[in-house]
Design a protein around this ligand. Structure first.
Ligand SMILES: [Ca+2]
Length: 111
């Protein structure tokens, strides 16, 4: 990311990432292991240029980031399960700079 006069989206403690070979289509995935369901689970994501978010193989249509200037915030709690969760971003760059920025915030209320 260059061009200092352009405002890019920013998310606390998150860094823009992309593939080392700068492909147009890049898939990013993480595994999230939960030993119980959290109280809240929020995904914040921005991408240059667009991406589809999949959790456990299901596309989350309410969570479709587009463009490097805006952060999409969505509730992913309904899609999480106890055990391993697969979170995948199928991201596409249509030219120029490319990047994906995301953060997952999970809270749990112990009783
Ligand atoms: Ca681009």
């Amino acid at each position: 990311m260059s061009a200092a006069w352009v405002w890019y989206a920013s998310i606390q403690d998150a860094q823009w990432i992309w593939s080392a070979n700068n492909e147009d289509d890049v898939s990013f995935g993480i595994k999230l292991e939960l030993n119980r369901l959290p109280s809240t689970a929020t995904l914040k994501v921005a991408v240059d240029d667009y991406a589809y978010v999949f959790i456990n193989g299901q596309m989350i249509s309410a969570c479709t980031p587009y463009g490097f200037q805006s952060v999409v915030t969505c509730n992913i709690l309904p899609f999480l399960v106890i055990g391993y969760n697969s979170i995948r971003f199928a991201a596409t760059d249509t030219g120029g700079d490319a990047g994906l920025l995301f953060r997952i915030e999970i809270t749990s209320n112990r009783t």
